[in-house]
Design a protein around this ligand. Structure first.
Ligand code: ASP
Ligand code: MG
Length: 462
């Protein structure tokens, strides 16, 4: 008997049919396993809750709020009637959902009158997406014949600090969760993303936070594995749209998964699996369309098989900024000022490289932030110090990722030889000293070819 935490994201509980499918996936594994479920809100609901809150506080229009509550009522009632067959269970769940929607309506009307929106009230409002989803999923399980109860995050024992909008769990969460959920009675369904602080005020764990809820629960009850159900076949060697032979990676380490998520393969936010890493609990990405497929297991760094390269990633929507000038050579503090100015402007830096001539520094950022970044740098540096600030929009970042390349000579040689043979010009290179990742920049038009060449070079296809 293994103990599993399973998390369903918004896409996998988008409507009644998907909720039913989620319930059936649980049933399939519930004979041989103890299971705890964590759910997100129905797809898109959190976004809408936040949008409508901002509008309500802005224009005070109560009509809009009432229309929105009506839409939410329709969507959730439809989900209930599509996913729960037994009329008595469906009715109980509907009552619960309507009760929550009444509370939500009152909060929205409050915002209309107050015309003021705090992060604390945003947390209160956005918590309703998951509060509505959890009772439905729990009802689906009862309908399928599995004993179940819905819990909010705080009922399940998650206590956070009061940093509304992006709260962090307190240590005592790890003790409270097993007290609240164990011994298991059937399959509990916990609302992800939401919690309360020590004063009992609703908090959220930040956007996408239900992954963190699942990891926290898994870590606190010593789960054997934490499963993240997705509509993709695990973590892929590369994007199958670029390389049709791409295949799921059976096992990767936490570190490698982190390198991958930084490079555009949106799997899990590294921060979300921190509790799992801390307790060494394996995480698995499973595909809802192919439940027998093992998917990708993410394990402790020491346990994984040290393939040299596990995956090739492509980050298309990036831009390169290069600052150069003879005045930079030997001048202290240039990098500090450049990065400081960018940080102040709210710009996230993806890659950095400086050659030992010190005459230029290149930085890779998100494309959409290019203009803002250029302005920030021009404002920071007088002309005598920095001769030029060059922006290039037409680039893409390619990365090869794998723990096995650490200490293995010749990996970089293979990467760049493959580029040379394909006549692809490499514009910028960066490798962190962890040696888990070699990243480089090419012109956009060469980027797909670069990925194909590398996927082939390291034999990643089937
Ligand atoms: N519903 C929340 C969000 O959309 C949390 C989650 O989906 O993980 O951010
Ligand atoms: Mg979501």
């Amino acid at each position: 008997m293994a103990r599993l935490v399973m998390k369903f994201g918004g896409v996998s509980v988008a409507d009644g049919y998907k909720l039913r499918h989620a319930g059936e996936l649980v049933k399939r594994f519930s004979n041989d396993n103890e299971i705890i479920l964590v759910t997100s809100a129905l797809q898109g609901v959190t976004d809408k809750l936040l949008d409508v809150a901002r509008k309500a506080a802005g224009d005070g229009n109560v009509e809009n709020v009432l229309d929105f509550i009506k839409l939410l009522t329709e969507r959730h009632s439809r989900a209930i009637s599509e996913s729960i067959m037994n009329p008595q269970i469906a009715n109980e769940v509907l009552q619960e959902v309507v009760k929550k929607l009444n509370e939500l309506e009152k909060a929205y009307i409050g915002l209309c009158y107050l015309g003021e929106l705090t992060t604390r009230s945003l947390d209160y409002i956005s918590s309703y997406g998951e509060q509505l989803a959890a009772p439905i999923l729990s009802g689906v399980l009862r309908d399928i014949g599995i004993e179940s109860r819905a819990y909010t995050g705080s009922e399940a024992g998650i206590v956070t600090d009061s940093n509304y909008g992006n709260s962090r769990p307190l240590e005592k969460t790890y003790e409270l969760i097993p007290q609240r959920l164990l011994p298991l009675e059937g399959v509990p369904v916990v609302a992800g993303f939401i919690a309360k602080d020590e004063k009992g005020i609703t908090t959220t764990l930040g956007r996408g936070g239900s992954d963190l809820s699942a990891s926290l629960i898994g870590a606190s009850i010593d789960a054997d594995e934490i499963w993240f159900w997705k509509e993709t076949s695990g973590v892929m060697t590369t994007d199958p749209k670029i390389v049709p032979e791409a295949k799921p990676i059976p096992t990767i380490s936490y570190r490698e998964a982190m390198e991958l998520s930084y490079f555009g393969a949106k799997i899990l936010h590294p921060r979300a699996i921190e509790p799992a890493i801390r307790k060494g609990i394996p995480v698995r990405i499973k595909c809802t369309f192919d439940p027998e497929c093992p998917g990708t297991q993410i394990v402790h760094d020491d346990v994984q098989k040290a393939d040299v390269i596990k995956a090739v990633t492509l980050h298309r929507n990036v831009a390169m900024l290069t600052i150069s000038g003879a005045g930079m050579i030997g001048t202290l503090g240039i990098a500090a000022r450049a990065f400081g100015a960018l940080a102040e402007a709210g710009i996230n830096i993806i890659m950095i490289s400086q050659g030992s001539s010190e005459a230029n520094i290149s930085i890779i950022i998100e494309q959409r932030q290019l203009e803002k970044a250029e302005d920030a740098l021009r404002a920071e540096f007088p002309r005598d110090l920095i001769k030029e600030i060059l922006a290039n929009n037409d680039v893409a970042a390619v990365a090869v990722v794998g723990a096995g390349m650490a200490g293995t000579p010749g990996v970089a040689a293979r990467v760049f030889k493959a580029m040379g043979q394909a006549k692809i010009n490499v514009i910028m290179i960066s490798q962190g000293s962890s040696e888990h990742n070699i990243s480089f920049v090419v012109a956009s038009r060469d980027s797909e070819c670069a990925v194909q060449e590398l996927h082939h070079e390291f034999g990643l296809g089937g």
